[in-house]
Design a protein around this ligand. Structure first.
Ligand SMILES: Cc1cc2nc3c(=O)[nH]c(=O)nc-3n(C[C@H](O)[C@H](O)[C@H](O)COP(=O)(O)OP(=O)(O)OC[C@H]3O[C@@H](n4cnc5c(N)ncnc54)[C@H](O)[C@@H]3O)c2cc1C
Length: 472
């Protein structure tokens, strides 16, 4: 059986790796138009600093990331977040304030910190407390994140707490972002408990009980990374894949729109190094692990209906700028790992991370690494801005929020155009429709961050499922 995997990011690599386990005798080729594997995942090592160019860690409550690391023998390299700074700041009028203790993405678990936070006005706090009495919505109709949070907790909690926290992850427009596709558990809580505050408190009690019962306590922090960077994961996968004689990787290989004749897929590749089209190749099955708009282009000839549905899932661009300092240049102590910036602050920064405080191995002793995240639906043009303009713009803004002496020792930026999927209202139905159309074809599987989750563990799961569909 000859199988093509298009896209050599974490999704495509997870798919190809799973194929080595379930179809070891198949002949598999992974194609990527970039000149390296890993997709958006890329770790740089410079002057003793470890710099992540996109994702810098992954969640452990979605188990696929940790499972895969264990399976690859990378468990010893998993690093937990620094326990002394497991909090987040939100910017309010240009200054950093710790988020109320116990505020988890969308709702408070503790009332006293909510009552005393300087981020909300008294009016905002009273409105948030009224959440306990607001009638619950019981239907299953989707709505925007903005609508949901304003409806339950009021405008201030939305604008000053939830909008920046969610934007810092999804880089999306909250007026369009689907609550059912991104954080459905909060709608479930509303339905089941009638109130998010009640639900969070009940869950906290249940978790405390579970924690007491599990004598050893939680095994991992909520987020982990790998010592050596997330590229260790993609490099290890690539080694496992290419160690099989019948598995190959083709880089600089831009796959052109696919053709399907007599049940076989024809793949034509334009080699980016000499911009030439090559002799077409044929395959029995194809796994496409790219952004939805790229997948739509690939399927436009062979499956125009699927392509049209896929094209409706937008991917926005984002950018990351990283700054290295001598620790003494930072004239402030931090009790959190990073900060989020509400849209109402009108800042070019979406969020920032004190990278070397969050994971101490990322900077040499006496040095500090800070990175900022920009772009997304709020300012997609920043993803395309030249480094010479982007880096000073973000540095000036960072200095407005944090006391920094002098210039960075060095800085760098990465640009990720069209990579962050936007799960707009109705996303779940759109995905169901696409999956129903694809399901009928046993020789085609689609995977990636456009469907059921943006995070690295979700991508790994979708790659594994794609491989299993093709092998079934
Ligand atoms: C700035 C940023 C920060 C993030 N932070 C986090 C985080 O902290 N934690 C977390 O869990 N997740 C994070 N994410 C999300 C996560 O990193 C991504 O969702 C995930 O890595 C996507 O992997 P992928 O393989 O699906 O896609 P990609 O990495 O985009 O890979 C797709 C590949 O397909 C290739 N391709 C496309 N079309 C073709 C074609 N026609 N021919 C050949 N090749 C093609 C592309 O070149 C690309 O390499 C972040 C993402 C970004 C951009």
């Amino acid at each position: 059986m000859q199988i093509a995997v298009i896209g050599g990011g974490i999704t495509g690599l997870a798919a190809a790796y799973r194929l080595t386990q379930i179809l070891p005798d198949a002949s598999v080729t992974v194609f990527d138009k970039r000149n390296r594997l890993g997709g958006v995942l890329e770790t740089l090592h410079r002057s003793g600093f470890e710099i992540e160019q996109s994702a810098d860690n992954f969640i452990t409550t979605v188990p696929w990331g940790v499972h895969l690391c264990k399976e690859l023998g990378l468990e010893e390299q998993l690093v937990q977040t620094n326990p002394l700074v497991r909090r987040t700041y939100a910017v309010r009028k240009g200054k950093l304030h710790l988020l109320p203790d116990g505020f988890l993405m969308m709702a408070p678990t503790k009332l006293y910190p909510m009552a005393t936070t300087p981020i909300l006005s008294w009016f905002g706090k009273i409105r948030a407390a009224m959440e306990l009495f607001i009638p619950a919505r019981k239907d299953d109709v989707d709505e925007s994140m903005a609508n949901f949070v304003r409806r339950r907790l009021g405008r201030e909690v939305f604008e000053r707490l939830v909008e920046p926290l969610v934007s810092g992850v999804y880089a999306a427009d909250m007026e369009k972002l689907s609550v059912l596709a991104t954080l459905p558990r909060f709608r479930d809580m509303e339905r089941k408990y009638g109130s998010l505050i009640t639900a969070m408190q009940q869950q906290l009690k249940a978790n405390k009980q579970a924690h007491l019962e599990e004598q050893s306590g939680a095994r991992y922090s909520m987020f982990v990374t790998l010592r050596g960077g997330l590229s260790v994961l993609t490099e290890t996968l690539a080694e496992k894949i290419t160690s099989r004689r019948n598995y190959a990787v083709r880089l600089d290989a831009d796959v052109l729109p696919l053709q399907k004749d007599n049940g076989r897929w024809t793949i034509e590749v334009r080699d980016n190094t000499h911009a030439a089209a090559e002799k077409p190749m044929t395959f029995d099955a194809v796994i496409i692990a790219s952004a939805a708009n790229d997948t739509a282009l690939l399927l436009q000839k062979s499956s125009p209906v699927i392509a049209e549905r896929l094209a409706a899932i937008r991917h926005e661009g984002t950018a990351i700028a990283t700054f290295a300092f001598d620790a003494k240049q930072i004239k402030q102590e931090f009790r959190g790992m990073g900060f989020v910036v509400p849209a109402i602050e009108r800042s070019p920064i979406l969020a920032g991370s004190f990278s070397s405080l969050k994971y101490e191995h990322r900077a040499p002793a006496g040095k500090t690494l800070i990175r900022v995240f920009a772009g997304g639906a709020r300012a997609p043009e920043l993803a395309e801005l030249e480094d010479a303009q982007l880096i000073p713009l973000l540095f000036q803004e960072l200095k407005r929020m944090i006391k920094i002496d002098g210039e960075a020792l060095f800085s760098c930026a990465s640009h990720w155009a069209g990579t962050m999927p936007q799960y707009h209202v109705g996303h779940r139905e759109r995905v169901r429709e696409i999956e129903a159309l694809v399901q009928a074809d046993k020789t085609l599987a689609l995977a990636g961050n456009a469907f059921h989750g943006v995070g690295v563990p979700n991508c790994i799961e979708s790659g594994i499922q794609a491989a299993e569909k093709i092998a079934a």
